[in-house]
Design a protein around this ligand. Structure first.
Ligand code: DSN
Length: 433
């Protein structure tokens, strides 16, 4: 199934020793190869990134930082971590990079631990409006041990700014609560972020500015979305979304004092041994992102998102905020049918081989486990070489499934089979890297 001979050989090896595990990996490989991945936070890594994760770097404990480890034998781990740091700094135009966070949430936690005391206030966008759970959700560490205050989106449907960041309201909330930290950067926000404007507000209210660019990191690295530097004091990100690296996190800053606090907060504050195999793969991914082809990929990702949003709008769906500037969009399903939920749409589409996630839309009348929306993104399909023409095809396939689902279970069963065959075809033409 895989076009990657090394992956095939490795699977053969695993099969000889452990057929049960090999069978599960093979099934997942087939699932990825034959389905259209529209989850905005997922991507397909290159063989080089994949095999760096599977390398001998996994065998080593390297607690500490390069040149100051708590274990012997770290000479090559210092080299690889240095290289990852240097490439991250070059890619994002900053002076310090901590490449050790196991995830984006760990990266955010380290920043909170470094800069806030328990009970301190910070200001962010609510999860239900497009934020992230580590930006102040009540049952997350960020909402349990700190005091989140939230800024809203523009709420007037008659305004051209409807469902976009209301910067005047950000300022008002910040001036009222005087948070120590102001957060921007989101998980489900389709518009360009004005980092300079956020910095003005942070300066006025006496806060530090943190940009969590987990979703848009690849766009930023490629220069197709404005950079949070030099505006943000701290930038966090994941490495596996638009950036197309291994699963992991990254923290960056230009501030010589902040970096010391952040490094200590991450290790030994909240993490032990770094995942050196993942750091090796991060170095490979950052190297790929420094190549000119990466910029072309990110430009295509945005063009594909625009095309998908336009095609779905033409089919009667509403795209929140009226469209997208980046790699993702939030589809409001309500105009298609008042009864249609995100849960139903996600399940129906998955059966047809189109993988999405239900997502609340701003002011969603339904709870988060049901929702009235879908979040769609184009990073993974763009990695497969798809273009706007295929986005148009995908929009039609989505609509065929949803129309059938709204009609009857029998029609849905029949159309699911037809669309599944079309999806398999499309995936064969646009194979995985
Ligand atoms: N869970 C991620 C996403 O899907 O956007 C955010 O970390």
């Amino acid at each position: 199934m895989s076009h990657d001979p090394i992956e095939t050989a490795v699977l053969g090896l695993i099969r000889t020793q452990d057929p049960q595990v090999a069978a599960i990996i093979e099934a997942e490989q087939a699932r990825q190869a034959t389905t259209i991945e529209l989850i905005a936070s997922e991507n397909h890594v290159s063989p080089a990134v994949k095999h760096a994760i599977g390398s001998c770097l996994t065998n080593k404990y390297a607690e500490g930082y390069p040149g100051a480890r708590y274990y012997g034998g770290c000479i090559h781990h210092d080299e690889i971590e240095h290289l990852a740091q240097e490439r991250a700094c070059k890619l994002f135009g900053c002076t310090h990079a901590n490449v050790q966070p196991h995830s984006g949430a760990q990266a955010n936690m380290a920043v909170f631990m470094a800069l806030l005391a328990p009970g301190d206030s910070f200001c962010s966008l609510l999860l239900k409006d497009g934020g992230h759970l580590s930006h102040g959700m009540k049952i997350n560490f960020s909402g349990k041990y700190f005091n989140p205050v939230h800024y809203p989106l523009h709420a007037d449907p008659a305004s051209p700014d409807f469902e976009t960041i209301d910067y005047d309201a950000v300022r008002a909330v910040c001036m009222e609560h005087k948070p120590k930290l102001l957060l921007c950067g989101y998980s489900a926000y389709p518009r360009t972020i004005d980092f300079a404007r956020f910095r003005e507000i942070a300066d006025e209210c006496g806060a530090l500015l943190m940009a969590d660019i987990a979703h848009i990191a690849g766009l930023v690295a490629a220069g197709v979305h404005p950079s949070p530097f030099p505006h943000a004091h701290i930038v966090t990100t994941t490495t596996h979304k638009t950036l197309r690296g291994p699963r992991g996190g990254l923290i960056m800053t230009n501030d010589d004092d902040l970096v010391k606090k952040i490094n200590r907060a991450l290790f030994p504050g909240i993490q032990g041994g770094p995942l050196m195999h993942t750091i090796g793969a991060k170095a490979v991914a950052f190297g790929e992102a420094l190549e000119p082809a990466f910029r072309a990929y990110q430009m295509q990702t945005i063009a594909n998102a625009e095309a998908l949003a336009a095609a779905l709008t033409g089919l009667g769906y509403r795209i929140t905020s009226g469209g997208t500037d980046n790699h993702l969009m939030l589809v409001d399903l309500q105009p298609r049918s008042a009864d249609l939920t995100g849960t139903d749409a996600e399940l129906w589409l998955e059966a047809a081989g189109i993988i999405t996630n239900k997502n609340g839309i701003p002011n969603d009348p339904r709870p988060p486990r049901i929702t009235s929306g879908l979040r769609l993104g184009t990073p993974a399909v763009t990695t497969r070489g798809m273009k706007p023409e295929q986005m148009n095809d995908i929009a039609q396939l989505i609509d065929r499934v949803i129309t059938a689902g709204l009609e009857s279970p029998e029609t849905l069963a029949c159309v699911t089979k037809e669309v599944r065959a079309d999806v398999t075809n499309l995936c064969q033409i646009h194979s995985l890297p």
